[in-house]
Design a protein. Structure first.
Length: 292
């Protein structure tokens, strides 16, 4: 099963720009086109928060309109730029949200033999996230219902430090609560996050966690703390996860833009591209047969 994880679209009202210069609306349209054209096409898409920039009904209606061009089912969770009320008003009719009641937008579903859990980490009006007692208790109970099914959690705020201090200031609070539950339920294979606007991997609570890059603007690689609030137009990208039924996961980073030119050095190789391909096919078959 192929799962595309797109995150931090920060979509605006039609015609508006983020930080007075970033066309996040156009970026999301490009991303939808790229997803539809992927081969093989992903089985589903996860949108891991900061779906819109200001959490208004107008923005969510615009998001719904842009996502209507996506030819793959998409599941959304909220981030710190979202607002549950307006989000529910516009997206509450989505099948995966219909049974969700209460304060938080937590839900779980099966796909390709794997359990996927959307975990709501948002706190209204602030940029940091929280794994509060109520949410962690819900997660604990959900995990206890499917102890033998490989499980992946997707959520907006990462629970680990990234070394970019000003983004770490708004990471997940109460992560010790979450860690206790994650360590106890051994069926969890991965935790997928957003919020940092960069591709980052780390082991946390015994699980490999990853942060997908943003389909819009990026946070500067700022390991010495000198680039406060610097947003860069690095290549817009997302994570493409290949998930096996036993829970093994392989993750690629996919850029939204393709380069204009393709370079095929095989044409200049001895014997031409076909002979080159035949040599590699033979090598691959040897590797796959276990002969080497
Ligand atoms: Fe964001
Ligand atoms: Fe965020």
């Amino acid at each position: 099963m192929l799962i595309a994880q797109i995150t931090d679209f920060h979509l605006c009202a039609p015609g508006a720009l983020v930080y007075e210069g970033i066309d996040t609306n156009g970026h999301l349209r490009d991303t939808v086109r790229r997803l539809n054209a992927l081969s093989p096409r992903p089985d589903l898409v996860l949108g891991t928060g900061d779906l819109v920039d200001h959490g208004t009904v107008e923005e969510y209606l615009h998001l719904k309109e842009i996502l209507s061009a996506l030819e793959i089912p998409i599941y959304l969770i909220v981030g710190n730029h979202d607002d549950r009320g307006p989000f529910r008003e516009v997206f509450g009719d989505q099948p995966y949200l219909r049974g969700v009641s209460g304060k938080f937008l937590n839900y779980a579903f099966d796909a390709g033999g794997v359990r996927l859990i959307g975990f709501d980490t948002a706190v209204h009006g602030v940029s940091y996230g929280e794994a509060c007692e109520e949410r962690v208790a819900w997660l604990d109970a959900e995990l206890a219902r499917h102890p033998d099914q490989p499980t992946i959690i997707f959520m907006h705020h990462p629970p680990f430090e990234t070394g970019i201090w000003w983004m770490d200031a708004s990471r997940l609070r109460g992560s010790h609560r979450l860690a206790e539950v994650v360590q106890r339920h051994r069926q969890i294979r991965r935790i997928w996050c957003g919020h940092l606007h960069r591709s980052i991997f780390s082991e946390w609570a015994g699980v490999l966690c990853s942060i997908s890059p943003s389909t819009a603007h990026h946070v500067s690689l700022d390991m010495d703390g000198t680039a406060f609030m610097e947003m860069l137009m690095e290549p817009r990208a997302f994570h493409l996860h290949k998930v096996e039924a036993d829970g093994r996961v392989l993750t690629h980073t996919v850029n939204v833009e393709l380069p204009n030119e393709r370079y095929l050095p095989g044409d200049r190789m001895a014997g031409g591209l076909d002979a080159f391909r035949a040599r590699y096919q033979a090598m691959y078959e040897q590797m796959s047969s276990g002969a080497l």
